[in-house]
Design a protein around this ligand. Sequence first.
Ligand SMILES: *Cc1c(COP(=O)(O)O)cnc(C)c1O
Length: 382
Amino acid sequence: MNIIPYGRQNIDSQDIEAVSRILNSDFLTQGPAVEEFENAFAKYIGSTFAIAVSNGTAALHLCNLALDVNENSNVITSPITFAASANSVRYCNGNIFFADIDPETLTLDPEKVVELIESKPKGFFQGIIPVDLAGYPVNLEAFRKIADKYGLWIIEDACHAPGGWFTDSNNVQQNCGNGVYADLAIFSFHPVKHIACGEGGMVTTNDKALYERIKMLRTHGITKDPQKMKRSDGGWYYEMQELGFNYRMPDILCALGTSQLKKADEGIAKRKVIAKKYDDELKHLNLELRSCPSDKGHAYHLYIIETNKRAELYEFLKQKGIYCQVHYIPVHKLPYYEELYGEQHFINAENYYNRGLSLPMYPGLSIDEQDFVIQCIKDFYE
Ligand SMILES: *Cc1c(COP(=O)(O)O)cnc(C)c1O
């Protein structure tokens, strides 16, 4: 049986050639391909700086470290995200608070965030981690206003949204992760994401101080920059100035990233065609589709439907070789967080979780394959 997954990488001969070139070069890691990828990615997103790291989770961890998250920090995120968005705060011993989602966009609801902030003493919270779920661009301008009012930082988890954008109140198109409204943004290059490197991640920012700190923390907190060192014993000398990690992304994978990035716009265009076809073909069925207003650019990492018969539909499609997925099990319901914080309820997040299903969505999904998926869904309902 031909298996159709919900997401899949798209690797071509140019990608393979790009990787082979590195394998035959002088540097497998810490060579020129890293900066090449960083520069190309920053240009694509429209941020001033980009730092390539070993994966999206490492990117989140480094952001939290650079923002000095510690055991006294309280940070807000969405319950509907991959666990890593919350876990990264826990790595630094900070506390995670969830605010409910907006059921229209499935992203963190700014009003719920304000309610949560107002329910605690002044200065209780330090930051917000909004997530561009499924590729739907969060209105970061709204979050910036909240952040400024209450003195918070913002890390945008843009793993689903390279190529996504929203229009701000000045009618300017703001790309997800461009650093205009968020202090830091992060991306992942896991194979199901838009840009596939196997493993890999990126931090983007317009803040020079954060950029420099994250770059150092990526390599053990070590610097060789004469201007930053306390002294110099000779050419071999370096200084480890704070406790960092090895969160580097190797040249082999960065070269793959640069090659993948060249096809990113084409990939988004293809995702939009696939989404439009699902929209048109499924709208008459007894299920809910998610819409995106025309002043926003959806990156369509996922195509999510909602249905009261989610479990039955999931199983029905699986029997046909169509492997859908649910994004996500609410983070506050994961046993680790339940044990840590006790039972919590976020009604919109839980309603969504009971009904949501992500259909196959990736640029390599053929017309025949999508037709088959659509036909199977129609068969299920008829
Ligand atoms: C994939 C993903 C991550 C983690 O990225 P990895 O590269 O797998 O570590 C974090 N947040 C979201 C929303 C993701 O989808």
